[in-house]
Design a protein around this ligand. Structure first.
Ligand code: SF4
Length: 381
């Protein structure tokens, strides 16, 4: 049995956030959700051969807002996977939820379906900012939902934070940390705002209607989050992710360790058997292909060894544990220290990486300038 992780994309949201470029739609008619979910179950069946030889280590319901749809679908999707495959006894099953879309009944249905980890978007505790970025909830809504999840028995909760939002201050960050201290989640993800073309926030920025925080303040926010969370025993283990020991996200570790995963649903991507492939980006094409009995794949790329090695290096460097040189040497039949001798000596001299025994990792400065480090390993073809 090969280990496999599964991502399921649920592309429905109550409304669209101003910065979001994920594939997500406002689910206006119940039947469009039903139609979509039925197609995802059919897509699972199309992977019958892959699934029957796999042990499922993690399942991740992402979106979109998976909690915006009827909770019965989460149980049905888990069941569809179980019909074709074996779930590991410690299978991590995560669902992304947003305050304002959850009820006690939904929470209980998730538990019954085997969901054992919840990821919830706080983003900021500044309610004015929440409104500016198009979130539908207030901080109080978040607290109420969080408490309901705890009361129901969820003991592995991630909370998403954003920094670098227009008008956000360092005091806002401290305020969010205070709330984290009170709520005591097992995991925190903290992402800097990225302006994505085509989003309302991108347009507003181009018209000069909003200003972004400068780079120095953005970095100060990141370092404040890192330091203050560590004081509360929530430690950085990846560039944007922090956890209490033992609560690191198993699903996301699969991505950072460049291991295989299967993405199901519209716009989902997969990496399997040395091939990277992507599903149709529109509901129409996604559903049409499945109706024709085909997997809804629209892009496919065979990953050559050189590219795979590069990806393993840059993804692994995102992790605080860094990359193990002996593993790389075995996996790609290379002599890492020899192949990257000049790159390594430059990056060490610039104090961007540390080479300790057989491990390479980013320094604190390297974490700030991670993209520069990643580029240095880009293959010369
Ligand atoms: S809730 Fe998430 S997926 Fe939905 S619009 Fe907002 S950021 Fe995008």
């Amino acid at each position: 049995m090969k280990p496999l992780s599964i991502y399921l994309h649920i592309p429905f949201c109550v409304s669209k956030c101003a910065y979001c470029d994920f594939v997500s739609y406002k689910a206006t008619f119940a039947h469009s959700v039903e139609d979509y979910m039925t197609h995802v179950i059919q897509e699972i069946e199309l992977y019958h051969k892959t699934l029957k030889d796999s042990e499922i280590k993690t399942i991740y319901f992402g979106g979109g807002t998976p909690s915006s749809v009827d909770a019965k679908w989460i149980g049905r999707l888990v069941q569809a996977i179980k019909t074709h495959s074996v779930l590991a006894s410690d299978c991590e099953i995560t669902i992304e939820v947003n305050p304002g879309t959850l009820t006690n009944d939904k929470i209980n249905q998730y538990l019954a379906a085997g969901v054992n980890r919840v990821s919830m978007g706080l983003q900021t505790t500044n309610d004015t900012l929440l409104k500016t970025i198009g979130r539908i909830h207030t901080t109080n809504d978040f607290i109420v939902t969080y408490q309901a999840l705890r009361d129901a028995g969820f003991n592995n909760i991630n909370l998403d934070l954003m920094f670098g939002l227009p008008g956000q201050t360092i005091e806002d960050i401290y305020h969010a940390i205070d709330l984290i201290q009170t709520l005591n989640p097992e995991h925190v993800s903290a992402y800097g705002l990225k302006l994505e073309e085509g989003t309302p926030m991108y347009e507003a920025y181009n018209k000069g209607l909003i200003q972004l925080v400068d780079e120095a303040l953005e970095r100060e926010m990141y370092h404040t989050i890192d330091t203050e969370l560590a004081k509360r025993k929530i430690y950085a283990y990846e560039l944007s992710n922090f956890a209490k020991p033992g609560f690191e996200s198993k699903h996301n570790l699969v991505y950072w360790r460049n291991k295989p995963y299967l993405g199901l649903g519209v716009s989902a991507h997969s990496k399997l058997n040395g091939i990277r492939f992507g599903n149709a980006m529109t509901l129409k094409t996604y559903q049409e292909k499945i109706d024709q009995g085909e997997k809804p794949i629209v892009s496919e790329e065979i990953i050559d060894t050189e590219d795979d090695c590069f990806e393993t290096i840059i993804l692994g460097l995102r992790l605080n544990e860094g990359i193990n040189i002996l593993d790389l040497n075995n996996l790609y039949a290379i002599n890492f220290k020899e192949k990257y001798r000049d790159v390594l000596s430059t990056l060490i001299m610039e104090e961007l990486i540390l080479l300790e025994d057989e491990t390479v990792k980013l320094t604190a400065l390297g974490r700030d300038l991670a993209n520069r480090v990643f580029l240095a390993f880009y293959p010369d073809k």
